[in-house]
Design a protein around this ligand. Sequence first.
Ligand SMILES: NC(=O)c1ccc[n+]([C@@H]2O[C@H](COP(=O)([O-])OP(=O)(O)OC[C@H]3O[C@@H](n4cnc5c(N)ncnc54)[C@H](OP(=O)(O)O)[C@@H]3O)[C@@H](O)[C@H]2O)c1
Length: 291
Amino acid sequence: MIPESKIVLGTVQFGLDYGVNNRIGKPTEHDVKSILDFAHEQGITTIDTATAYGDSEIVLGNYFKKDGYSFEVISKLDSTSSSTLTDSLQTSLDRLQIKNLYAYLYHSFESMERRYGEDQSEINEVVSGGFVQKIGVSVYTNEELEKSLNYSEIKIIQVPFNLLDNHIQRGKYFKRAHELGIEIHTRSAFLQGLFFKPIEEIPESLSALKPALKHIREITKRYNTNLETIALWYVCKQELIDKVLIGVDSLTQLQKNIRSLHVILPNDVMLEIEGIIIDNPALLYPSNWKL
Ligand SMILES: NC(=O)c1ccc[n+]([C@@H]2O[C@H](COP(=O)([O-])OP(=O)(O)OC[C@H]3O[C@@H](n4cnc5c(N)ncnc54)[C@H](OP(=O)(O)O)[C@@H]3O)[C@@H](O)[C@H]2O)c1
């Protein structure tokens, strides 16, 4: 069984119309409250947001103000921001209506690389002042992941990881991060919802992924399980991953996902998944998709 505390609830879905199969848009503030209350009651203690996620920080701030449960919050510095790190952080804290964050991440490797030298003294001040416990970065590629290990103040790296973007590609960097005491947080467990899309609706531009997506469905059938279970089980089982972000746009999706944490699958499934190799990793980054 996977502990619920390993899950981080992502909240881009609360601020933007998001998700590959999403036909209903953002959840209402009432729905957001049900999702957050349920998450907390199930043992999820951390949520992930960003200034760039539409009004996600404001929606969360309204929840906290109306006596919502407390969570450890991770937010991100907008990659295009020209404000100082301290000012950007304060804007996020004001929108969230809280006094400190668990972590503040650069939203891209590129923005960290560009700003890091200038930001260094502010990083020390916001950490020692108790406004944020850890500074981190969100990356996409293994090259970015590897380079991020050399930034001494970076204590969290958030990176995609899932059934197709798996241990074979990422494992050795996670091991190194662990040795350096850097937390690994993964996102994209459901590939932004693509795993749930019927194969016949996969667009032409992603047709190279179809054999792998079919393979996953076939494994799911053979082991009498479902897509959310296999997707979450595979990521959560990785010992070198500290936190697994998942996004939902309804309470029903979260309930299904939490239920699937209680399922145990045989280790053969792990080996089979790791046999799936995607030749063109760029296809696995939703920012490259034209759906
Ligand atoms: N740092 C970054 O650059 C970055 C980028 C993106 C996201 N994030 C963070 O990561 C979080 C997760 O986003 P992600 O892109 O990684 O998404 P994900 O968790 O891979 O997929 C989330 C989507 O999967 C679908 N879904 C979830 N549970 C389901 C279920 N049980 N049955 C059917 N469909 C289900 C929903 O899409 P449908 O609407 O299609 O149903 C949901 O929006 C975000 O909320 C955000 O906090 C960070």
